[in-house]
Design a protein around this ligand. Structure first.
Ligand SMILES: [Zn+2]
Length: 500
């Protein structure tokens, strides 16, 4: 018998392979192969469990989680505007038109400066990893060199990412200083980015993927949408865009085409199994049927929706309709890089959807009954649901899945992630519609304030600067080089300086 893989991780693992159910498994042994994929997940009842554990330990290839450490799948952020990182938390008290014209477009236009782009994108990718996001779907800008730089940085840092060069050519809605000069140029550079990503020597493991990125219907001509649809058909790559986000955007699409954004994207060949539709607050039941039939996904961005979407996304209905739904931060419309915060806010948004907001209405007329979601469902969307949305084997601890993971360390001094062993017990069962998930204390209390939280995440392959042995974990001096190559230590928030 061999060790069965490059290295193993042993301890308490938490994931959510089934919607609405947390799986909390103590003494779990996860064996990771040479490609960074999960070879086996063994529990004490499995015949090979003891032998495999001994062999990995003897080979110095076992990471033993300490008390208070928990292994979680890496988070999947389905919607993130990378160039808007310096705008985080700004101008959230203005209208969408002012936010775009006065702040966002001027900022995004600066990415013709490759040095500026490099500094921002390095900061962003580090912060996303520090927040446990091991996969991100990025809008970049319309500048091809800067977008290629974002690709380079993700490969260097070891973050799985889908990166898109934004296409936007409509003169009526895009400013002169920040607009594609023609549909042809936007399509040509979209193809150039696809070629760039697929030919990168450092991308042999497929960590980076291209994503065709029409900004949204108001910013694109018919010629551009049609051309990008042809690119998707030819290359089979992912698509990301905004869909029926707000009263204005939804109405714009209706006025221009006579039907919803969902139908428009479908008609242009942009609605596929690999499409991620951001927001989608105004999609109808008929739209949900179309999206579900296509196998496309919605990136639910609950925090951003508060500021710019005019309504609450009907998460419960979308899930029940069979729509793939994951979560997005929507930096910087959403002013938090944490997908844990997005999960919190997804629950909060669903509560508002259920209860309504106008106290002048009687309770029965105020909201939409039975439309809340649970914390377990929100965690599923942040992990498993994100993987399903992207059609990638991530987000779950199961054989054949990529080992994209983080270790939450609740023993860090001054942490605000508090575990009370006498009070917080794992759930014996979980109900999909339960409003009180007992295990919620294991992760929803998670915060990222100041320098109080520490996380470790492992993403294959691993960039050089952030490689570091982990003192005190699994006898680090004995941990093999292979283990070291595949492990990433991340210290969150302000504490990132520890990595320098
Ligand atoms: Zn967006």
């Amino acid at each position: 018998m061999t060790t069965g893989g490059v290295f193993g991780v042993h301890g308490t693992a938490i994931d959510a392979p089934v919607l609405g159910e947390l799986r909390i498994a103590s003494r779990t042994l996860i064996v990771v192969d040479e490609m960074g994929s999960i070879a086996e997940v063994l529990t004490p009842g499995d015949p090979d469990y003891g032998a495999r554990h001994q062999l990995l330990a003897a080979a110095g290839a076992l990471v033993e989680l300490a008390d208070g450490e928990y292994l979680l799948p890496g988070l999947v952020d389905l919607h993130n505007h990378a160039p808007q990182w310096p705008q985080l938390g700004k101008a959230l008290d203005v209208s969408l038109a002012e936010w775009l014209g006065g702040y966002t477009f001027p900022l995004e236009s600066r990415y013709q400066d490759i040095e500026f782009a490099t500094s921002v994108y390095e900061s962003l990718v580090d912060a996303m990893l520090a927040n446990g996001t091991t996969t991100a779907v990025y809008f970049a800008t319309l500048h091809l060199p800067a977008t290629q730089r974002l690709v380079d940085i993700c490969i260097e840092r070891g973050q799985r990412a889908l990166v898109g060069r934004v296409a936007m050519d409509a003169p009526d809605t895009c400013p002169d200083y920040y607009r594609d000069s023609s549909a042809a140029v936007a399509i040509e550079e979209t193809i150039a980015l696809i070629d760039y990503i697929e030919s990168q020597p450092g991308n042999t493991a497929g960590l980076l993927s291209p994503v065709v990125t029409p900004r949204f219907i108001p910013s694109c001509s018919d010629e551009l949408l049609r051309g990008l649809g042809r690119v998707v058909t030819e290359f089979g790559c992912h698509v990301q865009t905004h869909c029926s986000e707000s009263d204005w955007a939804h109405g714009y699409g209706l006025d221009r085409y006579g039907h919803s954004d969902t139908t428009t994207y479908r008609d242009f060949g942009l609605l596929t199994r690999r499409t991620v539709l951001a927001h989608s607050n105004f999609i109808s039941p008929a739209d949900m049927e179309i999206i579900a039939a296509a196998g496309a996904a919605v990136a639910h961005c609950p925090l951003s929706n508060v500021y710019f979407a005019n309504a609450v996304f009907p998460t419960r209905q979308a899930l029940d309709a069979g729509v793939h739904v994951g979560l997005g931060t929507d930096i910087s419309g959403g002013p938090s890089p944490s997908l844990f915060n997005a999960a919190y806010n997804a629950v909060a948004a669903s509560r508002l959807h259920e209860d309504g907001v106008d106290a002048n209405l009687v309770a029965g007329d105020r909201g939409s009954p039975a439309t809340r979601i649970t914390f377990a469902e929100a965690f599923w969307m942040a992990t498993t649901g994100g993987g399903i949305a992207l059609d990638l084997p991530i987000g779950v601890f199961a054989g054949g899945y990529s080992f994209d993971a983080m270790i939450l360390d609740t023993a860090v001094p001054d942490t605000d992630l508090l575990i009370w062993p006498e009070l917080d017990s794992p759930p014996k069962t979980s109900s999909r519609r339960s409003s009180t998930t007992p295990a919620a204390t294991t992760w929803p209390k998670y915060g990222c304030k100041g320098k109080k939280c520490e996380r470790r995440s492992s993403v294959p392959p691993l960039g050089g600067k952030y490689r570091r042995r982990q003192p005190g974990v699994g006898g680090s001096d004995q941990v093999s080089e292979a283990v070291d190559e595949l492990r990433l230590v991340l210290v969150g928030c302000a504490n990132r300086r520890v990595l320098d």
